[in-house]
Design a protein around this ligand. Structure first.
Ligand SMILES: [Mn+2]
Length: 252
């Protein structure tokens, strides 16, 4: 059995979500789930693999490594917040980094996995930013800066995005949804496979008819916490059907 999650935005600021993830990971063997696919924005921010030694990051890496050692196949593709996760992190955590998009063929079905930000083509400012930061030159330049400076830059970017979010009041306006024509092209280019993505924080199952072919698009939720509980969702493939499951952890 396979399971898919996205947009946990893990950081020391969300201990409830962190605990929910650790409980989720620990529950996989007894649920006979042997493959986990993390579809980006796993971490709230990642400034380079030399930050693996940070105590919080080391804790997450240890939890992943423990699951990998128990025989869970771990896979991760980048989101817009953690696209600098690299091979040193992957090796330490015992996981495989996947390209975006990634076509996943199982015995009776075909999925295509993506974070989803590349589908939001109505947001031209973001797509320009994305093209820049996903380029080799920008990344080489950024990673050459001292770790403390990279952390300061990430904190400033976070503060700016929080300010924009507060200004626009609700997340629905803050995060644009996917562009329908871009989704159709994407499905056509990827063999009309069942698309699973996150990023938009709009959990839903959509039907698309592309070239007369019925395609499904499943959107994962981001994860949340308040003072009483942490919650999120996952998709589970049992070899026959894909189902959404709610995840929840009460917090003392
Ligand atoms: Mn995202």
């Amino acid at each position: 059995m396979l399971t898919f999650i996205s947009d946990l935005h893990l950081s020391p600021a969300v201990p409830g979500i962190t605990a929910l993830f650790e409980a989720f990971l620990a529950s996989l063997p007894k649920r006979q789930i042997n493959s986990l696919y993390i579809l980006g924005d796993f971490f709230d921010h990642w400034v380079g693999d030399d930050d693996c030694r940070d105590p919080y990051n080391a804790r997450i890496i240890a939890a992943l490594r423990q699951a990998a050692d128990q025989g869970i196949e771990l896979n991760l593709l980048h989101g817009n917040r953690d696209f600098l996760l690299g091979q040193d992190f992957a090796t330490a955590a015992g996981l495989r980094l996947l390209p975006d998009p990634y076509v996943l063929s199982v015995v009776t079905w075909q999925f295509v996995l993506s974070h989803g930000d590349a589908l939001c083509t109505d947001d031209q400012d973001y797509q320009a930013f994305r093209a820049q930061v996903r380029g080799h030159a920008w990344q080489a330049d950024f990673l050459a800066k001292p770790l403390a400076e990279r952390k300061a830059i990430a904190a400033a970017l976070r503060q700016r995005s929080e300010a924009i979010k507060a200004e626009k009041r609700d997340e629905a306006n803050y995060l644009m949804d996917v562009n329908a024509a871009t989704v159709e092209d994407f499905l056509r280019d990827n063999g009309y496979a069942t698309l699973i993505h996150g990023h938009t924080h709009r959990p839903e199952r959509h039907d698309h008819i592309v070239d007369g072919i019925h395609c499904e698009r499943w959107v994962l939720s981001d994860w949340h916490q308040d003072h009483t509980r942490a919650w999120g969702d996952c998709l589970v493939w049992d070899g026959d059907t894909l189902q959404r499951e709610s995840l929840e952890l009460p917090l003392a």
